[in-house]
Design a protein around this ligand. Structure first.
Ligand code: OGA
Ligand code: NI
Length: 337
């Protein structure tokens, strides 16, 4: 466990500045170069002028609060199912078992691609109907979240085009049906309740982890909390805060992209420290289709640099990562109503 309480003050106050990609910039070469630099360096950048209005972002945050403000017994009626849809209570997720004594001090809500029960695709592990609050419990909630899910996917596709160019691929490489044409894309609302984190005691808002997929788009309120670690092998690890940026998405690369790119692009370790203030964030995890084979890209290997990972099916990889980090659903049997 880290001992940050005495000697870590400097590291804890370090704030990093991210490269900012303006999606409305007509100079695509400039965007590609900024993004590539960020991907080679820390695996985090931010995206502005992404097409989702500030007004709508505010509405999504307001609706997220409305949901989390419901009494716990109402939220437990919406408990996540085996398709990873619905409510995840505080401590449900344990991202960094080596350093955490409890699970994460955050509650969440997963919303995936809506696939009706009678659709053959609903058999796939990450497809199916979402869990929605009953009509009238949080008015307009489903519409807001479905609209955001839809708009965020367009942002993700635009970012993926710049990533493709930065990897010397065709611009539409990730647009193919087996990639983002039929993606697994999961919106996750998050609420950190204001617990003060203490790394020396193994208490975190969210434990250190890297995300699993292609990219994650993250919108946060203005409460500081997210930290990144540029070099996970450094001892001691140096953690830097990422300042909240109003209206922007913070984008980070996931482990599938690290595998695809043969580690040329990094999926960077990050975590959330609570400072006693309540904090809301909205993550949008973007993964390719269930059957997509994630294998070393042609532009990322050579005779001297063979693939570091065997090919793996997206859904297989993702299922294992969720299983490793979430509580067994049976622990909630007594709570179900
Ligand atoms: C995540 C994550 C950061 C945050 O959900 O994977 O890293 O600021 N969230 O909530
Ligand atoms: Ni994350």
């Amino acid at each position: 466990m880290e001992n940050h309480s005495q000697n870590g003050t400097e590291a804890l106050l370090k704030v990093s500045t991210l490269n900012c990609i303006d999606l409305s910039n007509p100079d695509i070469h400039q965007s590609v170069s900024l993004l590539k630099q960020a991907c080679l360096d820390c695996g985090f950048f931010c995206v502005i002028n992404h097409g989702i209005s500030q007004e709508f972002m505010d509405e999504v945050f307001a609706q997220s609060k409305n949901l989390f403000h419901l009494p716990l017994n109402e939220k437990m009626k919406l408990l996540r199912n085996e398709k990873h849809r619905g409510y995840t209570p505080v401590l449900d997720e344990l991202l960094d078992p080596d350093n955490q004594v409890h699970g994460d001090y955050k509650e969440g809500y997963y919303i995936g691609v809506e696939v009706p029960e009678d659709d053959p695709d609903a058999e796939k592990p990450f497809y199916g109907p979402n869990v929605w609050p009953e009509d009238g419990v949080v008015p307009g909630w489903r519409q807001t979240m479905e609209k955001f899910h839809h708009e965020a996917l367009e942002v993700a596709k635009a970012v993926a085009r710049v990533i493709a160019l930065a990897l010397d691929l065709e611009v539409d490489f990730f647009d193919k049906p087996e990639m983002l044409g039929k993606p697994i894309a999961t919106l996750r609302l998050l609420h950190y309740e204001g617990q003060v984190s203490d790394p020396s005691k193994g208490i975190y808002g969210a434990g250190a982890h890297s995300d699993y997929g292609l990219i994650t788009l993250l919108a946060t309120d203005d409460v500081m909390g997210l930290q990144i670690c540029r070099d996970k092998d450094a001892k001691p690890q140096i953690w830097e805060y990422v300042a909240p940026i109003k209206g922007a998405f913070i984008v980070n690369l996931g482990d599938m992209l690290e595998r695809w790119s043969n580690c040329i692009f990094k999926s960077t370790l990050h975590r959330v420290l609570g400072n006693g203030q309540e904090r809301y964030s909205i993550a949008y995890f973007v993964e390719p289709s269930h059957d997509c084979l994630v294998e070393c890209l042609p532009t990322c290997k050579s005779e001297d640099n063979p693939p570091k990972f065997p090919p793996i099916r997206c859904a297989t990889y993702l299922s294992q990562r969720y299983k490793d980090t979430h509580a067994e659903l049976s622990v909630y049997n007594n709570h179900q109503t």
